[in-house]
Design a protein around this ligand. Sequence first.
Ligand code: PLP
Length: 423
Amino acid sequence: MSIETPAKLQPTETFTPTSFDNSSFDKAVMSTYGRYAIALERGAGCRVWDTQGREYLDFVAGIATCTLGHAHPAMVEAVTRQIQKLHHVSNLYYIPEQGELARWLIKHSCADRVFFCNSGAEANEAAIKLTRKYAHTVLKIERPIILTAHSSFHGRTLATITATAQSKYQKHFDPLVPGFSYVPYNDFAAVEAAIGELDEGDYGVAGILIEPLQGEGGVRPGDVSYFRKLRQICNETGVLLIFDEVQVGMGRSGKLWGYEYLGVEPDIFTSAKGLGGGIPIGAMLAKKFCDVFQAGEHASTFGGNPFACGVALAVCETIEKENILANVQARGEQLRTGLKLIAAKYPQHISEIRGWGLINGMELNASTDLTSSDIVNAAIKEGLLLVPAGPKVIRFLPPLIVTEAEINQALDSLGRAFEQVTV
Ligand SMILES: *Cc1c(COP(=O)(O)O)cnc(C)c1O
């Protein structure tokens, strides 16, 4: 398996440490994020450097976005070409790059039509709107309800925090958006009961919005039998099956789409994070039968512009040409094997390793005092960037071009981080 990674940047040759003043940053920027005390300045492949010239192995990849790592030649070429040619016009006109990207996505998925936007939350908003219109015009439901799962994550707009069945994202932002109801994940009986109970009067279940693998909610893979049954009940009732592929899609699972893992096709699905390799872009994809939007009913100023689509197309073609999915599968196996060895060494702290391809989680025992933040902070000291998925799960999301040697290096660093926190 040969993956071409960009030549490693040599920060010592070109680099002068700069001072970074976080207190002036914190005075100017709203404190919506809890930040680690490092400022990242440059990157190449799976490595990034901070303003002090310290090197880190990046196993966050912009939270599952930088699929080709940093400064990949295919992205540098596409960004440069597109900004020189045409970067933004408007959907008042035909945009050739948008059509080309849509055709690539359709050729490589079960979808027939694509709508482009700029983020995951917007893609899910589009899916919610399409589902509601389908409910009103086809299913003849006056008050459509969309079922979503506990511990899900669907974004930060008002409708998508409502869809996200976790109170920590909703607190103080009520009144929430009506038309959502929650069920436990991987529990088919609960879905069956909800569809039965909620179909009353003007109300009716119109869609089930669900992640094939829950990312933010703790890296929890969907059960094959559960998803098969969801497909079956949707076929029987006409309820739309909508997959949120924002985190797990675009190759991260080792297949292009998470649903390929489950052997079930959605009617609608959404993509964003990895789609542009780190350039902001989102997409809502649907089968022809439920594409009920008409001109003027949904829009986005930036959605599908030549810049985002030209770069995303380069990312898609690179994933295909360089056979990156095979790398995702092999490196994922290698990573899980290594993580299980670390787990075997610390059975009192680590309870489970799980995931698909290069989206993996390490769950800490409920009984240990250790939190995912403790491990992430210790790993940063060892030069490894990781991200929590909740208080007890550590998430591993390297670029999809990660090499065998880089996985080994990350495992060594993580091993040292555990030594640090367990002494
Ligand atoms: C990140 C994420 C979103 C939200 O995407 P944004 O681009 O931050 O709006 C939605 N769904 C899932 C599964 C995600 O992981």
